[in-house]
Write a protein that binds this ligand. Structure first.
Ligand code: SAH
Ligand code: MG
Length: 222
């Protein structure tokens, strides 16, 4: 087992035993991710997202970091109907995700998935949707740049979920800091300080998985 350095390993592994296992498309993607070392959301994060989507019931989601389409499929399967736009930099991931979404179509026919290939920093400038939820799960050193570009597209009462914000424990303490990650770590600390003091947002940082920040746009009654 990989030690997350975020919660006690025994608590983390215990919680993972409480997460229902997936069969079908999601189960197959979990196996593929494990075999090919694709960093999909951890099982307790997947479960958290499911619960959050049941509460929030978003109709339009923007995802930054598609990978093989696991989290997008998980979210699509929680939606009655709606749209998910998802951005991926790597061609091979984009291709694999296309196969995933072709299969997803038969099990979530009322959810439209739109894939974008390219650097989110560029693709985001071409989008003009309005989203109930934005999931940021890509290059950790660029979250603030992604935020600045996508925030104008977040509806009032919309939610931004940022994954990996406690990056292997390195964000909370220098004790775990790996030298070559110092720029990412400094940027992530700045991003969390920014998010948690943003006047239009209410944010909570959860020590779950690799760290998850949930921010809700307060709308008119801040
Ligand atoms: N959300 C996925 C996992 C994403 S892993 C899931 O849980 O199933 C992060 C992905 O972000 C990788 O596939 C990586 O290629 C992609 N990525 C990294 N930098 C990016 C960028 N600047 N723009 C778009 N995608 C990026
Ligand atoms: Mg992640």
């Amino acid at each position: 087992m990989i030690e997350s350095k975020i919660v006690d390993p025994y608590v983390e592994s215990y919680i993972k035993t409480l997460v229902p296992t997936h069969t079908g498309l999601l189960g197959a993607l979990e196996v593929y991710a494990e075999e090919h070392h694709v960093p999909i959301v951890q099982s307790e994060i997947a479960q958290y997202l499911k619960v959050m989507l049941k509460i929030k019931q978003p109709r339009a989601i923007l995802e930054i970091g598609t990978a093989i389409g696991y989290s997008a499929s998980l979210m699509a399967l929680e939606m009655q109907s709606g749209i998910i736009e998802t951005i991926e930099l790597k061609e091979e991931m984009y291709q694999k995700a296309s196969e995933t979404f072709a299969e997803l179509k038969s099990i979530a026919p009322r959810v439209e998935v739109i894939q974008h290939l390219g650097d989110a920093a560029e693709v985001l400038q071409t989008l003009n949707g309005k989203y109930d939820m934005i999931f940021i799960d890509a290059a950790k050193g660029h979250y603030k740049a992604f935020f600045d570009l996508c925030y104008p597209m977040l509806k009032d009462e919309g939610i931004i979920v940022s994954d990996n914000v406690l990056y292997k424990g390195m964000i909370a303490t220098n004790e775990y800091l790996v030298r070559r990650k110092i720029t990412i770590v400094k940027r992530m600390r700045k991003y969390l300080a920014f998010l948690t003091t943003h006047p239009e947002l209410e944010t909570t940082v959860l020590p779950m998985g690799d760290g998850l920040a949930i921010s809700i746009k307060k709308g008119g009654h801040a």
